[in-house]
Design a binder for this molecule. Structure first.
Ligand SMILES: [Zn+2]
Length: 186
């Protein structure tokens, strides 16, 4: 509602509304500046907080096929909602989950626990590709000619750029999934 974390240095005067301050040995100071003192901070010494457990970051090198194999082996859900589960992969949202599955030619409806290791390797490469800065221009959903910059996302009824099939839309776990059933068969 109010207040924010501010980054500065220990050489600067402390904001008079700083409610909590973390100072690092390199001189970095992180202050919670909250004029109305509405924020609360929880110190989790024992690792027992109710904060959600997060999986590996989508853009982290440590996200590999071995990790996904382990993280997905008990997931009795389809691969698309599994990829969006933050305890499996942190930071992969609806758009890029769909785009990565298209790149990997993987059916978003297939069972997460049954995806083979080679296919997971391909999926990891696809996640890296769709999140790469070249593919990911911030804030733009269309290119200069007004064409969607996504392969499948929000392209229901349009032609698949790989196989010429029609992009379909289904709902999985309450979210729209766009995919091409002609070429996403893996
Ligand atoms: Zn296709």
């Amino acid at each position: 509602m109010n207040g924010d974390w501010e980054f500065g240095t220990t050489a600067e005067p402390l904001d008079r509304f700083a409610r909590a301050v973390i100072e690092l040995t390199d001189g970095t100071r992180i202050s919670l500046v909250d004029r109305r003192a509405l924020s609360s901070i929880m110190l989790d010494r024992e690792g027992t907080s109710s904060l959600p457990k997060l999986g590996r970051e989508a853009s982290d090198e440590a996200l590999d096929a071995d990790y996904l194999l382990e993280a997905l082996k008990k997931k009795k859900i389809a691969i698309k909602p599994a990829l969006m589960n933050q305890s499996v992969v942190a930071g992969l949202g609806n758009i890029y989950a769909a785009e990565a599955l298209w790149e990997a030619e993987m059916d978003p409806r297939r069972s997460a626990a049954k995806v083979s290791r080679p296919k997971l390797e391909r999926l990891v490469d696809a996640i890296r590709l769709v999140l790469s800065p070249k593919k990911r221009l911030p804030g733009r959903y269309t290119d200069k000619r007004g064409a969607s910059r996504f392969a499948v996302y929000d392209r229901e009824g349009k032609v698949c750029r790989r196989c010429g099939g029609a992009i379909e839309r289904i709902v999985q776990a309450g979210r729209s999934t766009y995919f091409c059933s002609s070429c996403q068969r893996g």
